[in-house]
Design a protein around this ligand. Structure first.
Ligand code: AOF
Ligand code: ZN
Length: 334
């Protein structure tokens, strides 16, 4: 439902903010992706986005892009920002102060910044300075764009992504054997996924039996921090972190500022996160065979996929004919 005072042009310019914000996909993290547009009488006179963590925020870049001959128009202009302008001194000075000093007339905000040092204070600062502020234009889309950042700050834990591969008949693994379900293409995607997370976790059994390296080899990007869940872990590799419970994992990662966690199994570990309701998205790769057809009458003990509820299917990713189902936890924050 549209807010009664929502103007059609506000939606158009907020869409532009969202589009600009997405340009920060690779380098803005762990900061959010944010876009900003400066508009005077139906004309965009400046725009920008948050390019890289540590550098200028979207508003700074948008205001810096206004041409010298248009600077006098700022007093009649509206600045659109997909996230509330900040009010704190972080790596950069507060954007709310900049907007006030430039004398803008109006500010349209997509959604409130959940970061504890901001949380509405940027909006308040602008209002106190006499700037007309509209909040909540395309709010759901603005929040969804930064779902990881939002979850981290609102839930005070990392955004948790689960990942597993299964045969058509629901087998994830076979005791005493290595069951290969992924192919070259889906492995590449899996490494891309790793590069998109700050930490990656497996259970003690997976570490001891498979000795996975959990790094990014088939894609280019940063290696996530490897973590193992379990007690009495033997031969913990150098640089790995080890925690005993799901709660401990999430608390410590939050304290250390880790916003995203990829859980790659095995079944017991995945089920532990599901049972605690501590997951946000899941990627399930479907292999192109059934275990039963390939078992050749072998009497092996199979490990079946985890069971869950509150899971909603979003969309499939198809990689060279392989389906990777994408699910989200319906209780999760958007
Ligand atoms: C904005 N506009 O474009 C972004 C904001 O360390 P800093 O100075 O970069 O501040 C990071 C925090 O600022 C981040 O956690 C989030 O609350 C906010 N991000 N704010 O006004 C932007 N990227
Ligand atoms: Zn800012």
């Amino acid at each position: 439902m549209l807010q009664p005072d929502l103007k059609a042009e506000d939606i158009i310019y907020m869409r532009r903010c969202l589009q600009l914000a997405r340009n920060g996909q690779q380098n803005a993290q762990p900061n959010p992706m944010v876009g900003a547009v400066v508009v005077c009488n139906g004309r965009i006179i400046g725009e920008g986005y948050h390019v890289r963590c540590g550098e200028g925020h979207a508003e700074v870049n948008a205001l810096a892009s206004v041409k010298q001959e248009d600077v006098h128009l700022l007093k009649e202009s509206t600045i659109y920002v997909s996230l509330e302008p900040c009010s704190h001194y972080g790596k950069t000075p507060p954007c709310a102060d900049l907007i006030i000093s430039k004398g803008l007339k109006r500010c349209v905000v997509g959604c409130v910044d959940p970061f504890a040092k901001v949380q509405g204070r940027g909006i308040q600062k602008l209002r106190d300075a006499g700037i007309e502020v509209t909040v909540g234009v395309l709010a759901d889309e603005c929040r969804a764009l930064n779902k990881r950042f939002m979850t981290f700050h609102q839930m005070k834990r990392p955004f948790v992504t689960l990942k597993w591969a299964r045969t058509r008949d629901g087998v994830m693994g076979v005791k005493g054997e290595r069951l290969m379900i992924s192919n070259t293409y889906t492995q590449m995607l899996c490494h891309k996924r790793r590069a998109e997370h700050q930490a990656i976790l497996v259970g003690r059994k997976t570490l001891e039996e498979d000795a996975p390296s959990l790094n990014v080899r088939l894609w280019s990007g940063r290696h996530p921090q490897p973590v193992v869940l379990g007690s009495n872990v033997k031969n913990l590799p150098e640089g790995w972190w080890c925690f005993q419970t799901v709660e401990e994992v999430l608390n410590v990662l939050y304290e250390r500022g880790v916003q995203t966690l990829l859980v790659e199994g095995g079944r017991t570990t995945l089920q532990a996160f599901i049972d605690k309701g501590m997951w946000d998205e899941a990627f399930v790769e479907f292999g192109d065979f059934s275990w039963a057809d390939n078992a050749d009458g072998k009497d092996c003990e199979t490990i079946l996929v985890p069971t869950w509820k509150d899971a909603e299917r979003v969309e499939d990713e198809v990689v060279m004919g392989r389906h990777i189902e994408h699910w989200k936890h319906v209780a999760a924050t958007e």
